[in-house]
Write a protein that binds this ligand. Sequence first.
Ligand code: SAM
Length: 212
Amino acid sequence: MREREYVRSLFGKEDDVLKSIAPGLEERDMPQISVPPEVGKTLYLLAKMSGAKRVLEIGALGGYSTIWLARALPESGKVVSLEISQKHADFAAENVAKAGLKERVTFLVGDAMQSLDTLARKGERFDFFFIDADKPNYINYLEKVIQLSEPGAVITADNLFQHGRIFDDQDQAPSPRTIRQFNEQIANDPRLESMLLTIGDGLGVCRVKEKK
Ligand code: SAM
């Protein structure tokens, strides 16, 4: 698409660490499902503009979005990234270290639903979230994330078009079905103010109201 290439070339510039992640995923036989550069840049800007200090990411893969997010934070800022695969978390940690952001990022390896419960039990709170893991759990993630949010927090979520599958009503597979529900939920949830940006594969952006 002409618009996408144009936007990417002007606004989605990557440094050497970010550029090295796609070939690294290929070498390790890992899926090429990092966010595209223009979504990385959008996440970076949203985190920076909202003054985020504590970011929670669900789904690290090779740490591509983790690096964009960690770079948006002040020196004392923290990213906690939840990842089910030890292999993915190890590669993500390697890339985060290459980017000089090791002190700012912690990876929690395990099923995200369990990690979210652990964080809630510990009374942890975050002011920025990025949901980008298994789609059938998106509604569950949303609920947990709202519980972990500070008032005014920003919640973002990727793949809300499911590469066009959400528009085919005949497609009732778990991922597009849940994502349709998720989109309706963020559009109508009285605790949130939301928008679905037509960037990448659809990026949801929500603000948690002061009174949840
Ligand atoms: N956010 C990454 C980026 O843009 O660079 C891409 C994340 S990729 C789309 C999804 C990741 O979620 C995969 O690494 C996968 O192993 C992880 N994942 C899938 N199910 C999960 C679960 N139940 N708990 C935690 N992580 C999970």
